[in-house]
Write a protein that binds this ligand. Structure first.
Ligand SMILES: Cc1ncc(COP(=O)(O)O)c(C=O)c1O
Length: 442
């Protein structure tokens, strides 16, 4: 029988790679669920209902409210993507302007398009090679002072590289202007359990999403939406039900439930252990010429600027795989390794050995083009995203209107988003980043 997905997964398991990628459980033989199929049920008498929760699901959500200090927390079995759709739907009506950091994930751009929200972009300060970026509080303040139409601020922190913006100061600014601060905290579910609580709920966000599955031992798809605002809380389940499946996975929800024991047990200690090890790995990597983001970062994430150490994607990928490691992300400029205590001792040995095998060197200067401000929006996000479109070669696109999200790499800063007119300098940059074709409005 043909079972191509199983074959591909088994081929990967056979390689016995060190998993420095999601999900957070790293495939460890954890007894988090036990034999799973008996638990794969649906919304029946006694098992509650995700979008109308009043029994067991609501109880688990209350436990999370206590742990994260939120007014309301909702379980999502559709990842942070579902949480982002929900929080944007709750934040402002169709046609509203949202101030958004341009280091945004495609799920948020798509949600804004579906909801007909109009982003006004803030460009982040980027590290060399685009390995991490931050939104500056003064840029948020300036935008809010200049445009009273802005109904909400939407930021990603930490970004994919683990780099954090100053949410505390930005939260204070938002409160002064009476606009909600929405945070994509997909990569920071564990931040509430660090020695210093760096979770957006503790730093003054109005709402945020956490992908539990990215950094904690939870099945892919398990996430949380936290709300600090009572008005949002009242409508949250209904808003989430607009986007989610009507058959949410009980295996995912069970996994979200079962991890509570771990969160209240060993998690804090484990985060400290991983953080201490990452600190040492960063020092070693820096001595080998790798760029380490200088800002405040997720202590458990090892992000390396590889161009500074003389590597590109192909060469560094070969080196990692020759040492039996699979990264979360790799480009010509950077590499992201997600580490946790669920990585085996031999996984960590491979990483130490690989870094030690490299010669000491000073970091090289790298001049990598930065993503520029877009010139103008010719259509709304929604018009361009949902209208008729065609795929054309980049050389044919000057003056056309973008109909898709194009980033140099999935976690990067989009070079163009739907509705923006494609100018010559943008297209040159796309070519440089290896983008050959693009969907544009027909
Ligand atoms: C910054 C960011 N936000 C949101 C998401 C979406 O999260 P999920 O995969 O849990 O739906 C991702 C996924 O990688 C992400 O990197």
């Amino acid at each position: 029988m043909k079972t191509p997905i199983q074959k591909a997964l088994e081929a990967y398991l056979q390689k016995d790679m060190a998993r420095f990628h999601m999900p957070g459980h790293k495939g460890a033989p954890l007894d988090l669920l036990g034999p799973v199929l008996p638990y794969d049920v649906t919304e029946i008498l006694g098992t509650d209902s995700l979008y109308d929760a009043s029994e067991c699901i609501r109880e688990t959500e209350r436990e999370y409210e206590r742990l994260y200090g939120s007014r309301r927390t909702l379980i999502s079995a559709g990842g942070s993507t579902l949480c982002i759709q929900t929080m944007l739907a709750l934040a402002a009506p169709a046609g509203s302007t949202i101030l958004a950091g341009r280091n945004i994930h495609v799920s948020a751009v798509n949600a804004m398009g579906l909801l007909d929200l109009r982003p006004q972009w803030i460009f982040p300060q980027q590290n060399p090679g685009g390995v991490g970026s931050v939104i500056l509080p003064r840029d948020v303040e300036q935008a809010l002072a200049q445009n009273p139409e802005i109904r909400a601020v939407y930021l990603t922190s930490p970004d994919y590289f683990g780099v954090m913006s100053d949410l505390k100061t930005i939260g204070e600014i938002c409160r002064r202007f009476s606009v909600p601060l929405l945070v994509d905290n997909a990569h920071g579910a564990h931040f509430a359990f660090l020695e210093e609580n760096l979770h957006p709920m503790a730093l003054g966000a109005t709402a945020c999403c956490d992908s539990l599955h990215k950094t904690l031992p939870v099945i892919t798809g398990g996430a949380l939406l936290h709300l600090a605002d009572e008005r949002m809380a009242q409508n949250a389940k209904q808003a989430m039900s607009m986007f989610g499946t009507t058959s949410p996975s009980y295996l995912i929800m069970l996994s979200v439930d079962r991890v509570l024991d771990y969160i209240q047990g060993d998690l804090r200690e484990d985060l400290k252990k991983t953080g201490d090890m990452v600190k040492e790995l960063r020092q070693l990597a820096a001595s080998k010429g790798f760029f380490i983001p200088p800002q405040r970062c997720d202590p458990t994430r090892l992000t390396l600027g590889i161009a500074q150490a003389g590597f590109d994607r192909e060469r560094f990928g070969k080196l990692l795989r020759a040492h039996g490691m699979e990264p979360e992300y790799l480009s010509d400029t950077g590499c992201v390794l997600l580490l946790s205590v669920f990585n085996r001792e031999k996984d960590m040995d491979r990483l130490w050995r690989m870094l030690r095998s490299l010669p000491d060197r000073e970091p090289a200067f790298v001049d990598i083009p930065k993503v520029e401000q877009p010139v103008c929006s010719a259509l709304t996000l929604r018009q361009a995203l949902l209208g008729e479109r065609e795929e054309l070669e980049v050389s044919q696109l000057e003056g056309r209107i973008c109909a898709c999200v194009k980033s140099p790499c999935p976690p990067g800063i989009p070079l163009a988003v739907p509705g923006e007119k494609l100018e010559k300098n943008m297209l040159i940059l796309m070519k440089k980043y290896g983008i050959d074709t693009l969907y544009v409005v027909k």
